[in-house]
Every structure is written in structure tokens, then in C-alpha cells.
Design a protein around this ligand. Structure first.
Ligand SMILES: CC(=O)[C@@H](O)[C@H](O)COP(=O)(O)O
Ligand SMILES: NCC(=O)COP(=O)(O)O
Length: 238
């Protein structure tokens, strides 16, 4: 089974557009779970432009599905993870001012650094995933970091999907098989949507989890959150 983790960053973007608490990200997370989300993902960024660090603390009190916190492992992020002890921390190499995530880790260059970070997170009892490009050279070093899982950065797949979906998914199938041989769990995310998700799942049936935010929240404007979550769940039922 591939779990659907709903990324609620964009709910916080909407909330932050005005000073008050509408929409309430905690309530939306609870409703998303009730509507079928099998996990909640957040990506607090240093400027707190969407999810705030306080949101993460508030969410940690109520989320009952798998709580996944993504981010660059600076001191503030590491302290947050140690305090919250989520089910999973996903390490993303974004610089502080990144508009969104646009690359996975260079696990060769940053091998020693990642080893230390993964060990620190394991000591606090948190499963670790490393955001990674679909390039085979990064997978054995990823395994050496001690990480439990990798998350495939799927923007290139999403961009190329409309041109040639088979060519778009090919590198992902190759690295997924490598990850499997290495005993790494497999997540995927970034720009997945109702058009490309089913094909990704058919191509890589043993995906453990996908985290989806931007497109899912956009779709919810038209279909409503409950229908939308069910529609995404159905794409994963192949
Ligand atoms: C790691 C990843 O792909 C997602 O966290 C994505 O970056 C969403 O972050 P934003 O919502 O800040 O764009
Ligand atoms: N890890 C990817 C994620 O959480 C959501 O990415 P997106 O669907 O907002 O592009």
C-alpha cells in the first residue's frame, strides 16, 4: 500500500494572507485525516511564510496519522524534531530563501554531514527520509548515511509527464529498483497531481508513501477537500 500524506503548507499560506486564524491549519489537518489522509506533511521554512514552528508544535498534539516534517536540518529544525518526535523527518537541502524545493541532496559531497544528522535523529526516535534526485550515483551513499527511506524528487517527472510519460518515469523506475535492492524505503513527492499520480504508482507499485500539497489544495477549490483526498487515494489503489 502507498500512503497518501497530505501536505498542508498551502493551507497555512492562505491563513497567513490575513492576520487571523482562517483557515485553521490544525482543524484542516484533523479534517484531512477524517477524509482519508494517511499522513500529514509540513515543511516549516526559516521565514515561516507558510507553516510556522508553532503550527508544528500544535499539530504534533493532535495528528494521529503519520506526521512527516520536512526541512533543512539547521539547529532550529533539529531542535523541533527532537521536541516533537514525529513519525518521520524528511531532510531537504533547500537554502533558507528557496521559493520551493528544487533539488535533492548530493549525498556524495554531504555524506559525513548526513550521517551525523541521521544518527542524531535516530537517537531521538525519528525515522528519517532523504530527499533525492533520480540519479543512481546518489543511492549507495544515501544508504551509507543510515537513512531509513529516500524521497524521490518528482518535479522532473511531473514536468516531462505530458511530453512522454514513459521516458519521464524511466529514471525513477531504475533508481527505485536500486533503492529496493539497498533496503531503502521509498517515498515520492513534489508536483504530483491527479494526472500523473496513477501512472507513477503503476510504474513503481512498491512506493511506501507520497506527500502531496500544492495540486491537492488547488483541486480542493473545485472538488472540496473530502472528495479531493478520496480522488487522490483512488489513484493509489492500482
Ligand atoms: C520537499 C518538497 O518537495 C516539498 O516540501 C515542497 O518543497 C513543498 O514545499 P513548499 O510548500 O514550500 O513549496
Ligand atoms: N514532499 C513533497 C510534498 O510534501 C508536497 O509537494 P507539493 O505537492 O506541494 O509539490
Amino acid at each position: 500500500m502507498t500512503k497518501l500524506s497530505v501536505n498542508i503548507n498551502k493551507i497555512a499560506t492562505l491563513r497567513n494572507a490575513r492576520g487571523a486564524n482562517n483557515p485553521n491549519v490544525v482543524q484542516v489537518a484533523l479534517d484531512a485525516e477524517r477524509f482519508g489522509a494517511q499522513g500529514i506533511t509540513v515543511h516549516p521554512r526559516p521565514d515561516e511564510r507558510h507553516i510556522r514552528y508553532q503550527d508544528v508544535l500544535d499539530l504534533s498534539e493532535v495528528v494521529t496519522t503519520e506526521f512527516n516534517i520536512e526541512g533543512y536540518p539547521d539547529n532550529r529544525f533539529m531542535e523541533l524534531i527532537k521536541m516533537v518526535k514525529p513519525a518521520q523527518a524528511t531532510l531537504v537541502p533547500d537554502p533558507p530563501n528557496a521559493i520551493t524545493s528544487n533539488s535533492g541532496w548530493d549525498t556524495i559531497t554531504h555524506l559525513e554531514y548526513l550521517k551525523d544528522i541521521v544518527a542524531e535523529l535516530h537517537a531521538s526516535g525519528t525515522r528519517v527520509s532523504i530527499f533525492i534526485n533520480p540519479e543512481s550515483k546518489f543511492f549507495e551513499p544515501a544508504k551509507e548515511t543510515g537513512t531509513d527511506r529516500v524521497e524521490l524528487y518528482t518535479e522532473p517527472f511531473a514536468v516531462n509527464f505530458s511530453k512522454d510519460k514513459h521516458a519521464a518515469v524511466k529514471p525513477y523506475i531504475e533508481v527505485s529498483e536500486l533503492a529496493r535492492q539497498l533496503g531503502l524505503g521509498l517515498n515520492a513527492g513534489h508536483d504530483l497531481d491527479l494526472h500523473n499520480l496513477k501512472f507513477l504508482k503503476e510504474s513503481i507499485p512498491y512506493l511506501d508513501e507520497v506527500s502531496i500539497g500544492h495540486a491537492l489544495v488547488c483541486d480542493a477549490l473545485y472538488y472540496g477537500l473530502e472528495n479531493t483526498i478520496q480522488m487522490y487515494r483512488r489513484q493509489l489503489e492500482v
